[in-house]
Design a protein around this ligand. Structure first.
Ligand SMILES: Nc1nc2c([nH]c(=O)n2[C@H]2C[C@H](O)[C@@H](COP(=O)(O)OP(=O)(O)OP(=O)(O)O)O2)c(=O)[nH]1
Length: 139
């Protein structure tokens, strides 16, 4: 039986740009681009898990905004995942490369050409149709 995993990921927004991270080669899905995030741990809400993951992976603090309306169930060779995406805005700017070999900002149109993990591709399509400057964050 494949493990079933609950994953959370953040679409980090700055103006009309978002952040893409290239997963380190030795990780599952190595070499693909993703939104920073990871597995929820027992007892955590999705938002708590995502703040923890952003701290662990980027060493940054984040304000989370609305959830993106395209959660996905996806089956990889190694696991079945349920993934939820949230908009986020960084409050700090360390962007450490703990889990990624490349971190880059760009508009969704610019970043759409990257090799994204399959479960994240619908999110890029959704983002291409949004005015990112209109997304609000409660502070
Ligand atoms: N973070 C993230 N994971 C994604 C995205 N799209 C997608 O299919 N995934 C998949 C890849 C992995 O199978 C899973 C994330 O699990 P992970 O192993 O990176 O989680 P983690 O950060 O807790 O990792 P670890 O400490 O166990 O290495 O979700 C995405 O946009 N962001």
């Amino acid at each position: 039986m494949k493990p079933e995993q609950n994953i959370v990921a953040a679409v980090l927004i700055d103006g009309d740009q978002i952040l893409a991270g290239k997963r380190q080669a030795h990780r599952v899905g190595g070499g693909y681009y993703e939104f920073p995030g990871g597995k929820t741990e027992p007892g955590e809400t999705p938002r708590q898990a995502l703040k923890r993951e952003i701290k662990e992976e980027l060493n940054d603090e984040v304000i989370l905004g609305p959830q993106i309306p395209s959660p996905a169930d996806y089956e990889y060779s190694y696991a079945k995942i349920h993934i939820q995406f949230f908009c986020g805005r960084l409050q700090t700017n360390n962007l450490e490369h703990v889990a990624h070999t490349d971190l880059r900002w760009g508009t969704p149109d610019q970043l759409a050409q990257l090799n994204w993990l399959p479960a994240s591709r619908p999110v890029i399509k959704w983002l291409q149709q949004q005015d990112l400057r209109k997304i609000t964050f409660d502070e």
